[in-house]
Every structure is written in structure tokens, then in C-alpha cells.
Design a protein around this ligand. Structure first.
Ligand code: HEM
Ligand code: NAG
Ligand code: NAG
Ligand code: NAG
Length: 390
């Protein structure tokens, strides 16, 4: 059902994207391609084959210790991600990379206190403590789904969580190819409560918390590209699987345009803490996303991605590379990024207005740059079916 629907939706977007095909767009696309190509060539994981070790089956890696991750890859693609989908387990695995890693505090460190060990696997090792924190509502399911894989392959919980998130999001069309460094210690301490932002927190509070982990306001926006492949289960528990944009299996920029549309309805039965009105039937809007989209500190970064999917991906990759090593000295880890699959490319570099929406429905919030002119997806008003549990 979902696959068929997504296919249909992508089909529609594709035809819209093709209408953009004037000379200027084609030139921009070519430029973007060249940029991507040179970035790939320059990436450390793509050194010449001479520096690689063979892992068998035509697979290579930068270091012999990376080979075992190919076994983990095959196992989780088949048995955790339903054969390589960008579905619920992928979304939850990506969320888990954040909830484990953000247990980290520079200010606590300066005061000589323990503010969490960062991307250390503590959320899995001390699940009985950390999953009771309000902001971690729902992560218990993916922790228990992942745990047997980590144990079976004798890899640390911290490594496994970041690996699963990186592999998972590579299954999403237009997705990033995240760096993966291996070698995190398996010993950790439970993070204290209060490190994970809540959707009902003020923007000041969210930016301060993220700043305390080392992220600028722009980098918070960059990380929130993750909400392009995301749904909620627990803010309104009566409508689990309600996504944050119309294309929850595609890592596109629709999230950034749809969060700027005027809110008109609640997809469920009323307002919940951390929820505000959304613009589309079947779409959920977090209060935090609504506010970050409109705050002067973050609105321009937010708007910039609407017409620049490649920038969104590049910046997400950079911010995730920071997130994944919080609490670690990356020089002590081994670069096993070769193991992360190359995602399928994006259908278009530019987002569209959902069918039935107009420029007048946009609450443009970046004062430096005019809101871009976008195509509107053809057809009846967009309405989104829930992501089915798998
Ligand atoms: C900055 C503040 C953030 C807030 C307030 C926030 C809040 C939330 C909330 C409330 C949900 C719904 C959970 C549920 O009801 O099941 C959610 C889902 C999600 N979040 Fe965030 N989030 C933030 C940042 C991030 C970051 C940095 C990432 C990853 C890098 C991330 C990845 C995800 C993903 C992938 C989901 C979907 C999970 C699923 O579909 O099962 N979030 N987020
Ligand atoms: C453990 O991993 C091996 C392959 O590496 C696989 O054949 C086996 O089914 C896995 N066992 C569990 C319990 O996941
Ligand atoms: C990691 O620690 C957990 C306990 O928190 C343990 O059950 C698991 O076997 C350890 N894994 C490795 C690879 O040492
Ligand atoms: C919304 O739905 C939930 C779960 O079905 C129910 O418990 C709650 O009472 C409902 N609230 C309203 C306002 O209808």
C-alpha cells in the first residue's frame, strides 16, 4: 500500500520536476552533480583501491577491522530494515542516533560533572533508565529490536546505534551517505534526564540545549532534515505513524516547505502537548518544527533547503558526522564509511507546494531572502496516509 502510494506520489513530483527543465535549471543540476562528484572523490573513504583491504565478495574497506561491518550490514538490511526499505524501523533508528548521542553536555564537563557520554550506547545499555525519560517515549521498541543484532555481531552498542542509523537513512531516496567511524567503547554510564529536547520546549531552550552539545542554530536546522523521513507515534498516540511531511520515505526538502504552510487542522482528535495545527490531512506538525521554521535565528537556513536539496544533504552529513562522535576523539576511531551504501539520487533538487496549496499559504519567515517561486504539485489536495507499522 505504502510503496504503491509513494510510487504514485513520486511519479507526480517527477513530472513536476521535469517541467522545471529550463536551461538554467539544467545548468544548476550539472553544477550540483559536479560538486557531488568532486566531494565523493575527495572523501577519505574513497582513497585509491591500493590503500584498501579486500573483505571478499568484491567488497573493500579502508581497514581490515571494517570487514565485519559488511556482515552487520547484510544482516540488518535483511532482518531489521525489511530488505532495504526506508520505513518505520529506519525512521526509529535514525531518531535513536540522536537520542543516544545528545546525552552530552559541554557545560557539565566544564563544571566537572557528568552530563552524559554522548554517542556511547548508554541508551541501550541502560535502557531501563533512559527509556523512562519523557523525551525518549517510544525508543524502547527500536532499542529492543536492535539489541540482538549488536549482541550477535559482538559490536559495541554505541557503534551499532550510529551504524544502523547511517545504513537505514541510506535506504531513503535522495538520502545522505553518512560517515561511519567504528571503535566506540562498549562501556558507558546512563545519561542524566533532560538532555533530549522536547517538541513543547521553547526555541530558546532547544537552541541552548543543542548549543551545549556543540551545535549552532544553523546546525540544528541541518539535523532536522531527519524529520523529512519521520513520523510521530506518541505525541498523539491515537494516530501513530502520522508523518511530518508528505513524503516520509524520501529524504527530500518537502519537510522544509510544508512546515512553512499555514496550519489549518489537527490530523488527530485535538491538540496535544508539543503539537500545533498542520496544513494537510494526515500530516503532523511539531510545535518545535513550527517555531524553528519561523525564528529569525533559524528561518533563513530552513528556507534555503527548499530549493537546494544537495545543500541539505551535505549539511546534514556534516552535522551528523559531529553528532555521531559526541563524547569521542574521532582520531581514536576507524573510518569504515566504505560499508555505508550509496543512496539512490534525488528526483529533484527543488521542493514543490503540495497540491491545492498556493504561495499565499506560505508564512515566509526569512527576512534576508525572498521566498522562492515554487511549482505546485498537480492533482487533488494532498492528503497523506499513515506510515504502516512493519
Ligand atoms: C531539535 C529538537 C528535536 C525535537 C524537539 C524532536 C522531536 C521529535 C518528536 C516529538 C518526534 C516524534 C516521536 C514520536 O512520537 O514517536 C520525533 C521523531 C523523529 N525525530 Fe526528532 N526531534 C528533534 C531533533 C531530531 C534530530 C536531531 C534527529 C536526528 C538526527 C531527529 C530524528 C527524528 C526521527 C527520524 C523521527 C521519526 C521517528 C519515527 O518515525 O519513528 N529528531 N522527533
Ligand atoms: C546472527 O548473525 C548470523 C550472521 O552473521 C545470522 O546467521 C544469525 O541468524 C544471527 N542470529 C540472530 C539471533 O540474529
Ligand atoms: C556491551 O555491554 C553489554 C552490557 O551493557 C553486554 O551485554 C554486551 O555483551 C557488551 N558487548 C560487547 C561487544 O562487549
Ligand atoms: C482522542 O483519542 C484518544 C485515543 O483514542 C482518547 O483517549 C481521547 O479521549 C480522545 N480525545 C478527544 C478529545 O476526543
Amino acid at each position: 500500500m505504502q510503496a504503491a502510494f509513494m510510487h504514485g506520489l513520486r511519479g507526480r513530483y517527477k513530472s513536476t520536476a521535469e517541467e522545471h527543465g529550463n536551461g538554467n535549471m539544467a545548468f544548476k543540476a550539472l553544477l550540483a552533480l559536479l560538486t557531488v562528484t568532486s566531494a565523493v572523490l575527495a572523501a577519505p573513504q574513497d582513497v585509491t583501491a591500493a590503500n584498501k583491504v579486500s573483505c571478499g565478495g568484491g567488497r573493500v574497506a579502508g581497514h581490515a577491522q571494517c570487514c565485519k561491518w559488511y556482515d552487520v550490514l547484510d544482516d540488518i538490511q535483511k532482518n531489521l530494515f525489511d530488505g532495504g526499505e526506508c520505513g518505520e524501523e529506519v525512521h526509529e533508528s535514525l531518531r535513536l542516533t540522536f537520542h543516544d548521542a545528545i546525552g552530552f553536555s559541554l557545560s557539565a564537563q566544564r563544571e566537572g560533572k557528568f552530563g552524559g557520554g554522548g554517542a556511547d550506547g548508554s541508551i541501550m545499555a541502560f535502557a531501563e533508565i533512559e527509556t523512562k525519560f519523557h523525551a525518549n517515549n517510544g525508543v524502547d521498541e527500536i532499542i529492543e529490536a536492535q539489541r540482538p543484532f549488536a549482541l550477535n555481531h559482538s559490536v559495541s552498542f554505541g557503534d551499532f546505534i550510529q551504524f544502523a542509523g547511517a545504513v537505514g537513512v541510506s535506504n531513503c531516496g535522495g538520502g545522505p551517505r553518512l560517515q561511519f567511524l567504528a571503535g566506540r567503547s562498549n562501556s558507558s554510564k546512563a545519561a542524566p534526564d533532560g538532555t533530549v529536547p522536547e517538541p513543547f520546549d521553547s526555541t530558546d531552550k532547544i537552541l541552548a540545549r543543542m548549543g551545549d552539545a556543540g551545535f549552532s542554530p544553523s546546525e540544528v536546522v541541518d539535523l532536522l532534515a531527519s524529520h523529512s523521513v519521520a513520523a510521530q507515534d506518541h505525541v498523539d498516540a491515537s494516530i501513530p505513524g502520522t508523518p511530518f511531511d508528505s513524503t516520509p520515505s524520501t529524504f527530500d526538502a518537502q519537510f522544509f516547505v510544508e512546515t512553512l504552510l499555514k496550519g489549518t487542522l489537527f490530523p488527530g482528535n485535538g491538540s496535544n502537548q508539543g503539537e500545533v495545527q498542520s496544513p494537510l490531512h494526515g500530516e503532523f506538525r511539531l510545535q518545535s518544527d513550527f517555531e524553528l521554521a519561523r525564528d529569525p535565528r533559524t528561518a533563513c537556513e530552513w528556507q534555503s533547503f527548499i530549493t537546494d536539496h544537495s545543500s541539505m544533504v551535505r549539511k546534514f552529513e556534516a552535522a551528523m558526522a559531529k553528532l555521531a562522535v559526541l563524547g569521542h576523539d574521532p582520531r581514536t576511531l576507524i573510518d569504515c564509511s566504505d560499508v555505508i551504501p550509496q543512496p539512490k539520487g534525488a528526483k529533484s533538487n527543488v521542493a514543490v507546494l503540495p497540491a491545492g496549496k498556493h504561495r499565499a499559504d506560505i508564512q515566509a519567515s526569512c527576512h534576508q531572502t525572498p521566498f522562492p517561486t515554487l511549482k505546485t504539485a498537480p492533482g487533488p489536495e494532498t492528503s497523506i496516509p499513515p506510515v504502516p507499522p512493519s
